[in-house]
Each structure stands twice: as C-alpha cells, then as structure tokens.
Design a protein around this ligand. Structure first.
Ligand SMILES: Cc1cc2nc3c(=O)[nH]c(=O)nc-3n(C[C@H](O)[C@H](O)[C@H](O)COP(=O)(O)OP(=O)(O)OC[C@H]3O[C@@H](n4cnc5c(N)ncnc54)[C@H](O)[C@@H]3O)c2cc1C
Length: 321
C-alpha cells in the first residue's frame, strides 16, 4: 500500500480497518546471500539500500528482540552534520542529505523536522572551539553560523541567560539540523526493505558466526543454523561467539576493558526541543569541543569540563583523533 493523503482519507472513511502490517512476518529461508544481524537503524538501512541500490533481495535482517528495540528506538532524535574532522564532516553531511529526502524515498512519515540544532557555548574557550568547528564545517560546504548572546536571545528569549554557573554566551547553529522520530526511521526502513523482498525476522538471536576454512558460511541463531554468503553485524551486536572486541586488546572482560566502548558515551551534553524551537544542545558538560577547550583553558576556576578532563585518560588529544 502506498501512503498518501488519499489512502489516509480512504481509511478514515472505512474506520481505519484496512491498514496492512507494515512488514511481513517472514519465514526463515535456509540460505541467504546476506544476513544482517540487528534490526536497528543501521541494519535496516543496510538491508534497504542493498535491495534498492544494489538489487540484492535475498537478504535477511535478524533481530533478537523487536525492531527498533535498540539505540534507534531511544535516542535523542537529533540529526545534524556539525562535526569537525574532515572524514566525519563529509560522512555526516551525506547522511544529512539522505535525511532530507528520506521520507519521499521511503514513502513514510519519519517526522523529519529541520528546525535547527544549536550548541550553546558558555566560555570564551568554548566559543573558540565552536568557531573552529563552524569554520571547518563551512570549508566543507556545510551550513554553520556562530551566534552571539544577543542573537541567541532573539531566537530563544525564554532561555535562562542569567544562569551564574553556565552563562549563555552564544551558540553554533546548524539551521538544516533538526529532529526525526527515531523509531519511525526503523519502521520506515523496515517497510521499504520488506517491500523489496528482504526478510525481517524478529525474536531471532544470532548466537554465533560459523566459519569454515577461513570463510564465513552462516550464522547460528535461536531459530537454527542459517547459511549466508555474507554476514553484516550492525552496531556491534552482542554475539557471544563472535569476535568480542575486548578480547582483541588482551582484556579479560568487557567490564574491565581498557578501551572505552564509545567515546561518545563520555559526552554528556543535554538536549531539549519544542515543536517550534531548534533542538538545543547545551555543552556545559563535556562535549568533545568542551573537553578540548577546557584542557587548554587558563581559567583558574575549573569548569566541570576541566575537572573531568584532568581525570580522564581519553581527554583532549585522544578525543580529537
Ligand atoms: C541515549 C542515546 C541518544 C542518542 N542520540 C542520538 C542523536 O540525537 N542523534 C543521532 O544521530 N544518534 C544518536 N544516538 C546514536 C544512535 O541512536 C545510534 O548510533 C543508532 O541508533 C545505532 O543504530 P544501530 O542500528 O547501529 O544500533 P541499534 O539501534 O542498537 O540496533 C542494534 C540491534 O541489534 C540487536 N541485536 C543485538 N545483538 C543481537 C544478536 N546477537 N542477534 C540479533 N540481534 C541483535 C539489538 O536488539 C538491536 O535492536 C543516541 C544513542 C543513545 C543511546
């Protein structure tokens, strides 16, 4: 079924009794060209684009729980491409452009709202870091504006500008950034992939990747063995017998591993949004920029960023790598 104003009106007139499930409850086949582990945003998008762009339809997405039960169903919903490093900027800008046409591509309302993303700065050092980031973005053709305090006030007069601890000095704005309904992204990709023949199997946990003669031949799952030409594990899903990262560095358990599972996990920026306002990301707590500016700051009163900076081994230079 194609979604449109006519299908909505037609269904309304029938008391909404004619809607079909958004994806099939697929039966497992014994073999697939590609098996994707994890039905989150990455797994479902991979399946969708394999089918749409590369004509690969003999593909299965295996999800141990329900679709969107992972990070994609609980994130902060922000979309943006306000990154600093050259590789990042181009990559995220490409993603940003995908968001701009995604709903038409999927014929699914993912509630993409380009209301703008504004990262506030609260110190001179943080402003300098944001100016640097904004310049890098603009050099890569990405929109960025460095706002001063009065420009932020004109845009968001209800913010607390007299907060003594984190006075708002301005912000870095990306007007094309915004928000999206996170779980609708999973559902939209799932629907698009399903329509192109991809099998989406929920409640199917991958418990191991089988290797014969140095080649991956399939996956063991809670529903039995499945042969696969290629296996893609999206977002490092927990597969008990498949390459745990913490063993690679010689650590004895994930809990005591010397490598942080994600540097972003250390970032504590908080975000709010309202229907009409930009999504606001305050960076009083350490974002990457916050950490580095704090590290180079000569301020005698340690900011929270600086305090964490001194304690953290992953700070400053490591975070910029
Ligand atoms: C609190 C929070 C806020 C965030 N905010 C933002 C934001 O504002 N903007 C942004 O762009 N990103 C944000 N992110 C990051 C973003 O949500 C993730 O990068 C993205 O959702 C990852 O998608 P994924 O498909 O890789 O992982 P997930 O969505 O986690 O999907 C992985 C799936 O794999 C399944 N799985 C795991 N192991 C197995 C197995 N053995 N067998 C079968 N299935 C398995 C899981 O059940 C899960 O459904 C945020 C993340 C979090 C946690």
């Amino acid at each position: 079924m194609r979604y449109s104003i006519f299908s909505v009106i037609g269904q309304a007139l029938q008391g909404n009794t004619g809607w079909k499930p958004v994806w099939r409850d697929a039966e497992l086949r014994p073999a697939y060209d590609v098996v994707i582990v994890g039905g989150g945003g990455h797994g479902l998008a991979t399946a969708f684009y394999l089918a749409k762009e590369h004509g690969m339809h003999n593909v299965a997405v295996l999800e141990k729980s329900w679709l969107g039960s992972g990070n994609v169903g609980r994130n902060t919903t922000i979309i943006r491409s306000n990154y600093l490093l050259p590789g990042n900027t181009a990559f995220y800008e490409w993603s940003m452009k995908l968001w701009e046409g995604l709903e038409q591509d999927l014929n699914y309302n993912a509630m993409v709202s380009q209301r703008g993303v504004l990262n506030l700065y609260h110190s001179d050092a943080q402003r300098d870091a944001y100016a640097r980031r904004g310049n890098a973005m603009r050099l890569h053709g990405v929109d960025a504006e460095l706002l001063d305090r009065e420009q932020v006030r004109a845009m968001l007069p209800y913010l607390d500008f007299d907060n003594a601890r984190f006075p708002i000095q301005g912000g870095l704005l990306q007007r094309r950034g915004g928000t999206v309904r996170h779980d609708a992204v999973a559902w939209g990709y799932a629907r698009g992939a399903d329509q192109r023949g991809v099998d989406i199997v929920q409640n199917c946990e991958v418990t191991g990747i089988r290797v014969e003669g140095g080649r991956v031949v399939g996956v063991d799952t809670s529903k039995g063995f499945m042969r696969a030409g290629k296996v893609g594990a999206r977002r490092a899903p927990a597969i008990p017998r498949a390459s745990p990262r913490w063993r690679a560095c010689g650590c004895r358990s994930r809990a005591t591993c010397c490598r942080p599972s994600s540097r972003r996990a250390s970032s504590r920026s908080s975000t709010t949004s309202s229907p009409s306002a930009p999504a606001i990301s305050t960076s009083a707590s350490p974002t990457r920029a916050g950490w580095c500016s704090a590290a180079t700051s000569t301020a005698t009163t340690p900011t929270p960023s600086a305090a964490i900076c001194r304690r953290s081994r992953t700070c400053a230079r490591a975070a910029w790598r």
